[in-house]
Design a binder for this molecule. Structure first.
Ligand SMILES: [Mg+2]
Length: 109
């Protein structure tokens, strides 16, 4: 199991999955997994269904695995890293500001 946590090993699996199922299928799976995570988060927030930490962790892992695959397929990993830095700087700036801005109100131009 530990060997799969290594990115290079995961990348081999992603390449095999991409070869087997193709672009559209992998993007569809990302969308489906994001919807499943959304559903679990809503269950937690609305407290209308017991959700275990294992269920939540599984859904987060599903989304992260599919995100990694879509980043490989679209060859945008470098750009995502750049965006990551930019977004974290923006978050840091907002946290320093006195004015309250909810993260969902943050818009990118
Ligand atoms: Mg899932």
């Amino acid at each position: 199991m530990k060997e799969i946590t290594n990115y290079e090993k995961r990348r081999e699996l992603y390449d095999k999955a991409h070869k087997k199922w193709g672009d559209d299928s992998q993007v569809d799976m990302l969308i489906e997994e994001m919807a499943e995570l959304t559903q679990v988060l809503l269950h937690i927030r609305r407290q209308n269904k017991d959700v275990t930490v294992e269920e939540l962790s599984d859904e987060i892992a599903d989304v992260e695995i599919m995100l990694e695959q879509v980043k490989v397929i679209t060859d945008c990993n470098y750009f995502v890293e750049a965006s990551f830095e930019k977004k974290l700087k923006k978050l840091k700036k907002y946290l320093k500001e006195e004015k309250h801005i909810c993260p969902s109100e943050v818009r990118v131009r």
